[in-house]
Write a protein that binds this ligand. Structure first.
Ligand code: HEM
Length: 513
């Protein structure tokens, strides 16, 4: 009897506590069906990641401004209107990331760092993605794309389609590894193991993010996924540690030479990078690619050099954030082009004219690929690889009449946002690159399109991604005609860390005459 009374009292206290704690969200519309104890959690637990994504998208489409999802009593706030999204993206109060980002185990990396650390690191790293540095990467992008084209050529006489992602993935991985760790990184001993184990890490992190039962460390750390992830991390870190140590030794040798040669003074470029003796011309004119790790070794981070751990976390963040996203987006764009022959021909005509006589890629040529840019943007609108992402409040923020306290998760679904007819018109679900004609862009809400997120914590690599995608896609279009048997209406998605097609990118490549 006493036990029953105690249990009853405990349950009542918990109920009252939750009622008071989550009172701020009481009037925010919620998604039905809502279980009295588990909230929406039960429904989610019974679904696979594909069905969860479908229900989430329906909920975002049905709600005009804001709604909530309840996991037990805990509310997750889901804004749907671009005004509210703009506020979230631009206010300091919502600049932090939810706990699931911690599963990546790169706490100093920009993607996951706590707000205070992120602010300092982002300020230091912004210049490492400036236009001149990005331009210094063009020869690397071109070389990696040429290898992808050579591999595709082996299939241009096949009757069977290829899976385009199998060609774009090695290409973007090589781009990101060479621009972040140096030109010869994928020629080193152990590179195959590095690539395979990187895949294991990314896969297992994604698996954990989409399985709430794997969230508690005590559960995950006792699974085979944890053991495989730790083993893979050791192999990858051993590989990159060696590269970073060698780079540091090289940096220190050059620094001594420079300091001695300049009577103990060191010159810096406009980003604060050290300019080494004998390399002034190359470095100040960005003739050599400005490799990310070299920059991390030289730029100050709030007056101090970056530590080995910080450098490692930044490198892995770039690889995790920039590789699969770009590869998948390139494959999506190819499939959409294969499904829309007229648009493909127009884009091909533009790139063939700009790249006639095999001219070398330059910043200006890439800038002139205006139609291709609209194609890429439209493919990011309809098939955004980063379709759902989150923020966490570090202070109270007002969204409409609701005051959201510190410590709550704000969940954004750009897949739903980028297909809303209010902003994209009656053909919102159609592939139409003219959605990005300058006059139409001007009329639209600036936060109705967010494939790279937005505001100060938006993607630092967005221009890198656009340049590398233009090089890859212009080479594919210049060399091949793409066709597919998959009708556009059948495009369907599944959800891992990023959004994927629920089938392969099966495309036939024929030589372009
Ligand atoms: C098509 C390709 C890409 C897409 C769609 C994309 C998308 C995004 C999105 C949506 C975010 C915000 C994520 C969040 O808040 O959870 C983000 C952040 C980030 N991205 Fe990208 N990205 C791409 C390519 C790249 C590339 C190539 C790099 C690096 C070379 C990169 C580096 C980063 C980093 C470091 C962040 C964290 C920024 C911060 O919090 O300050 N991304 N990206």
């Amino acid at each position: 009897m006493l036990t029953l009374l105690l249990l009853g009292f405990g349950a009542l206290s918990l109920y009252v506590y939750c009622k008071l704690k989550f009172k701020f969200a009481e009037k925010i519309p919620c998604v039905e069906p809502l279980h009295p104890i588990f909230g929406n959690g039960l429904e989610f637990a019974q679904k696979n990641s594909y069905e969860i994504f479908k229900s989430l998208t329906r909920a975002y489409k049905d709600n005009k401004r804001i709604f909530k999802l309840c996991f037990g009593p805990y509310p997750v706030i889901c804004p749907t209107h671009p005004d509210l999204i703009q506020k979230i993206m631009t206010e300091q109060a919502s600049m932090d990331k939810p706990f699931v980002y911690d599963f990546m185990r790169v706490k100093h990396g920009l993607l996951t760092a706590d707000y205070d650390e992120w602010r300092v690191h982002r300020k230091a790293l912004n210049p490492t993605f400036n236009t001149r540095i990005l331009n210094s990467f063009i020869p690397i992008f071109t070389d990696c794309a040429a290898k992808m084209i050579a591999n595709l050529r082996k299939h241009e006489q096949d009757d069977q389609p290829v899976n385009m992602l199998e060609f774009t993935s090695p290409c973007t991985l090589e781009m990101i590894c060479r621009t972040s760790l140096g030109g010869k990184v994928l020629e080193r001993e152990g590179k195959q193991e590095f690539i395979e184990n990187l895949e294991i890490i990314l896969h297992n992190v994604g698996l954990r993010m989409f399985n709430a039962n794997l969230y508690p460390d005590i559960v995950y750390n006792n699974t085979r996924f944890y053991r495989a992830e730790m083993k893979a991390r050791k192999i990858c870190y051993d590989f990159t540690d060696k590269v970073i140590h060698e780079k540091r030794a090289e940096f220190e040798k050059k620094l001594h030479r420079t300091v001695d040669g300049n009577n103990n003074s060191v010159k810096g470029d406009e980003n604060g990078n050290v300019v080494f003796a004998g390399e002034e011309d190359d470095m100040l004119n960005y003739k050599k690619p400005q490799i990310f790790v070299d920059q991390l070794l030289t730029i100050p981070n709030d007056g101090k050099p970056f530590t080995h751990e910080e450098i490692t976390h930044h490198i892995y963040t770039m690889i995790a954030a920039g590789n699969e996203t770009s590869a998948t987006q390139a494959a999506h764009a190819c499939l959409l082009l294969a499904m829309h022959p007229e648009i493909q021909e127009r884009a091909a005509a533009e790139v063939c004219e700009l790249l006639a006589d095999d001219v070398e890629y330059t910043h200006d040529i890439l800038k002139e690929m205006v139609y291709l840019e609209r194609v890429i943007k439209e493919s990011q609108r309809l098939c955004p690889v980063a379709a759902v992402y989150g923020r966490k409040t570090i202070d109270t923020i007002q969204l409409d009449e609701f005051i959201i306290p510190k410590g709550y998760v704000l969940l954004l679904n750009v897949f739903a946002l980028q297909r809303r007819k209010e902003y994209w018109g009656p053909n919102a679900d159609q592939f139409d690159p003219d959605h990005f004609l300058p006059e139409r862009v001007k009329q639209r809400h600036p936060y109705a399109y967010l494939p790279f997120s937005g505001g100060p914590r938006g993607c630092i690599g967005s221009r890198y991604a656009m340049m590398s995608l233009k090089v890859m896609l212009s080479q594919i279009l210049k060399n091949f005609k793409l066709t597919t048997d998959i009708p556009y209406e059948n495009m369907d998605f599944k959800f891992k860390v990023s959004m994927h097609l629920s089938f392969e990118h099966l495309i036939k490549v024929e030589p372009r005459k």
